[in-house]
Write a protein that binds this ligand. Sequence first.
Ligand code: SF4
Length: 188
Amino acid sequence: MYSTWEELENACRSCTKCGLCEGRTNVVVGMGNPQAKVMFVGEGPGEQEDLQGKPFVGRSGQLLDKMLDAVDLDRNRNIYIGNIVKCRPPKNRDPLPEEQEMCIDWLRDQFLLIRPKIIVCLGRIAAMKLIRPDFHIMKEHGQFFEKGGVLMMATLHPAALLRNPNNKPSAFEDFLKLRAKMDELGIE
Ligand code: SF4
């Protein structure tokens, strides 16, 4: 456990705990407001994220930002965005279970510093790791689950929405439910 955000980020940036360190340009620790009450978690960095060292900055990130904006959320103001693994898997493959297991301590340390009230999993991989191993993203997205005093919800990954734009309205409903839950809890 780290007592400051700076200590955590510095340690994470020099991590070599799994093989993903070999192909990375940057460790993508995360970005946003470390005091945010809502945290978004994706599965891992893609090409642009690896190059820029920031999460969700490619086309899927642009879509994510639009959906966030529609419910008055902004990664520079009232949310924090991180990933299950902090280094890019080769050719954007899914992070392997052992890579996720090696990296999850960084996310736990981020949770301990941020102490979010709501965690939103972006896509199947994050939901299976954080909510339940048999989580069914198409059936269960948009539902809230309570775990250890934190509300958790999953929505469809923005990259999946770019591949299947027909699912965008259904994913947007998840964002509306998130906003309603934040309002109910008095979170701005
Ligand atoms: S993916 Fe995570 S555990 Fe693996 S080297 Fe990167 S920071 Fe370390």
